[in-house]
Design a protein around this ligand. Structure first.
Ligand code: DGL
Length: 276
């Protein structure tokens, strides 16, 4: 079991930000990634639909024999993490608690902005996670529904993305936040532009780093660290455009990645019902 891959899922390419940290912190581990770009964005969908998509993807990863699940999507974490922990008998990690923890460590004035999809912001998951540990944190949540589409289309250059990002983050002017949680795994791909928009005095929190640290602890605590001498053979699957995924993956992970097409709903009536 310990030599099986870590299963990572996201609604699209955003989860690659978590994979990149897993590679950095746990270079011996093997990753099986499923990105559901065919149904992205999840963030504007009803919770029941997000749950149905997420569990189908997680069930698929479990069927492939992964030793652990990482829900590398804030939206899916907000809706599904607790159920997923009941459903599977392997460890399941999300990205919200790690992001909240990193923000508490970073803030000095206890004024923390949170950006995420509409579902993540409406779920109130980040303020809850922050207040569980630190009641004195003042939170400023703002939904940024346009960012995911920019990233999925590979539009991450300032010339095109800065006007949209600046407009979406206008609400923070005057809020005096010193820390901003990137509460969507797609957003670190826009980090430079987000930083430009909010100014250099605001620390951006990318929960990927802290999530990979959690992965590391859980593997060590459960004697699940990979011991195989062979180099890890990572597998990336997307239900969307393979070329686009490979482009963004290569850029973000710093080396070319082999990407395969796979849709967990293929041949299933449910994919028609979901309007895919
Ligand atoms: N990357 C996902 C997240 O962290 C969501 C993007 C989406 O599908 O809306 O919330």
């Amino acid at each position: 079991m310990r030599n099986q891959p870590i299963g990572v899922m996201d609604s699209g390419v955003g989860g690659l930000t978590v994979v990149s940290e897993i590679w950095r912190q746990l270079p011996r581990e093997e990753v099986l990634f499923y990105g559901d770009s065919a149904r992205c964005p999840y963030g504007d969908r009803p919770a029941a639909e997000i749950a149905s998509f997420t569990f189908r993807a997680l069930d698929f990863l479990v069927e492939q024999g992964v030793k652990m699940l990482v829900i590398a999507c804030n939206t899916a974490t907000a809706v599904c993490l607790e159920w997923a922990r009941e459903r599977y008998d392997i460890p399941v990690l999300g990205v919200i608690a790690p992001g909240a923890r990193a923000a508490i460590a970073a803030t000095t004035n206890q004024r923390v902005g949170i950006i995420g999809t509409r579902t993540t912001i409406a779920s109130n998951s980040y303020p809850r996670a922050l207040h569980l540990t630190h009641r004195g944190i003042e939170t400023f949540p703002v939904a940024c529904p346009l960012f995911v589409a920019l990233v999925e289309q590979g539009i991450t250059a300032a010339a095109e993305a800065l006007p949209v990002v600046t407009e979406s983050l206008r609400e923070f002017s005057g809020a005096n936040i010193d820390t901003l949680i990137l509460g969507c795994t797609h957003y670190p791909l826009l980090a430079e532009i987000i930083q430009q928009a909010v100014g250099p005095g605001v620390t951006l929190i990318n929960s990927a780093e802290e999530t990979a640290r959690d992965v590391s602890f859980v593997l060590a605590d459960n004697q699940m660290t990979r011991t195989h001498a062979a180099k890890p053979n990572h597998v990336f699957l997307t239900s969307g455009d393979v070329g686009k995924f490979a482009d963004i993956g290569g850029k973000w992970l710093g080396k070319p990645v082999q990407v395969g097409y796979y849709d967990v709903w293929e041949g299933d009536e449910r994919s028609d019902a979901a309007g895919v």
